[in-house]
Design a protein around this ligand. Sequence first.
Ligand SMILES: [Zn+2]
Length: 281
Amino acid sequence: MKKQRTLKEPVTVEGIGLQTGKKVTLTLKGSPADSGISFRRTDLPDKLTLNLRTINLADSGSAERRTTLGFGPLQIQTIEHLLAALSGLSIDNALVELDNEELPGLDGSAKTFTDILKKSGIVEQDAPKKFLKVDNVAWCSSKDSFIAVFPDEEFKISYTLAYNNPALGTQFRSIVVNESNFEKEIAPARTFCLEEEARELLKRGFGKGANYDNTLVMGKNGPIKTTLRFPDEPVRHKILDLIGDLYILGMPVIGHVVAIKSGHSLNMELVKKLKEEKTWT
Ligand SMILES: [Zn+2]
């Protein structure tokens, strides 16, 4: 039987938020078996703490260009890349402390998070690992986007991306997610946006910490001022985001997630549905 895992030693990383551009120090610590993943804002007087297993997502889960937990000024933004690393490395219990509203963007992928989690050391705990095993098909759709989860014996993601941009086009990847392929195939994939939407996003207050290294700004001929880490880096990043968003469920999913052009808000809808309907055991 698989056991739960947590971090051995606290680790700290500094950076700026991809969307807000605000400086933040992030510290990751171990936590007891069955405690799940918690986020704590150490800069707030009451040190707001949110736990993924107990949070009420109807009140406090939102998503536009990134995934946010909390409400009003009590927010924790862009949690998905760290959550993907925690899920990918099979870490069940951790305390995430930050002193600003958004997690650091770092290189725009989950690579640095994966590196520092491994540097901390990952230890087994004396308690069986818990999973959400999907029993029934659940799905959500919005305009031309779709996401569904089907019963399966493994955690599998099949993602289709389609953009009216020659450098992106249509990309498809299907992967059984496990520790070794997450680190090699998914974690290094960086976030991206279209060249024509970059200026508009900045105007709307997004991407203040973005640059050509941590964000693939996709022009007609490919990313501007950088080279791709994988020929299909964008679809790999969409899978990374989805792994992170699904981990908001508080434990790993056993099921096959099939997504077409799904982003954070539709991912979050599926997570809410799975939490409410409990179509899992
Ligand atoms: Zn992302």
